[in-house]
Design a protein. Structure first.
Length: 261
């Protein structure tokens, strides 16, 4: 798969890594490692099958004082972070965190699209061709199966992502008064959609839907573990069901899966 424009990593920012582990291990079936060696500030998200889909960043008091909040943020792979940062700025985006090198991981920068939705760009180590990320998979349980952007200006978002990352636009779905649900694809694989932000949504943002085996069981587990379900279970085209909610640490989360029984 082409690196440029692919979803390669998902990061949970949380003030309580152990609390987040307890919640998501139970709800999604992950095995979250809250520390990376001696680094108490970062851990990894492992699926039951042993794959790695993302990381956990511990939000310190200093980070929260500077505006950081619990949330999920996705990483888009790029061939050259510095060139991408320049192109993002020229296309109406913003740099939220300048490019920097992460030892043994790669070079990253945190940016925002023209609507203000944040995401990371990353050129991983080893360089392109040295391995593939499987953080995104439409079918594998524990992986991200869908990436959905709600943007204030839908056309601006479509122009931005197709122009910079080479995404294509399959036939959209008409949602009536809500406008077009525009699917987006990378290397011929539909990875999500871009839609107009509804008035009740506070900000433009990406939502990343992680696949579970049973959406009903996940809903029950989330509620029992202290989470709040805000939407669903709701059936979506294709036969899957989704839920959206808030985890106990205050991060919005979204899940997709079959409805058993």
């Amino acid at each position: 798969m082409t690196l440029q424009g692919s979803w390669i990593w998902y990061e949970l920012m949380t003030p309580d890594a152990d609390g987040s582990k307890a919640f998501y291990d139970r709800v999604v079936g992950w095995n979250i490692q809250t520390m990376h060696g001696e680094d108490a500030g970062y851990g990894f998200i492992n699926t039951a099958g042993g794959g790695m889909v993302g990381g956990v960043l511990h939000l310190t008091a200093d980070m929260t004082q500077h505006g950081a909040r619990p949330c999920w943020v996705g990483y888009l792979g790029v061939d050259d972070v510095d060139a991408s940062v320049a192109a993002i700025g020229a296309a109406g985006g913003k740099v939220l965190m300048p490019a920097r090198d992460i030892e043994m991981a790669g070079r990253i920068a945190m940016v925002a699209d023209p609507n203000g939705a944040p995401f990371y760009v990353m050129t991983p180590t080893p360089p392109p061709g040295g391995g593939e990320s499987h953080a995104f998979s439409p079918t594998l349980v524990g992986h991200c199966a869908w990436n959905e952007l709600m943007g204030e200006d839908q056309q601006a978002a479509l122009d931005f992502y197709t122009g910079l990352f080479g995404w294509s636009l399959p036939e959209p779905m008409d949602m009536g008064a809500m406008g077009k649900y525009q699917f987006v694809a990378h290397d011929g694989v539909t990875t999500g959609a871009i839609m107009r932000k509804p008035p009740q949504a506070p900000v433009s943002a990406w939502s990343h839907y992680f696949r579970v085996a049973d959406i009903g069981a996940a809903k029950t587990a989330a509620e029992e573990a202290g989470g709040q379900i805000m939407v669903g279970p709701m059936e979506v085209p294709g036969g899957d069901w989704i839920i959206q909610g808030m985890d106990p640490q205050g991060a919005f989360f979204a899940l997709v899966g079959a409805k058993q029984g």
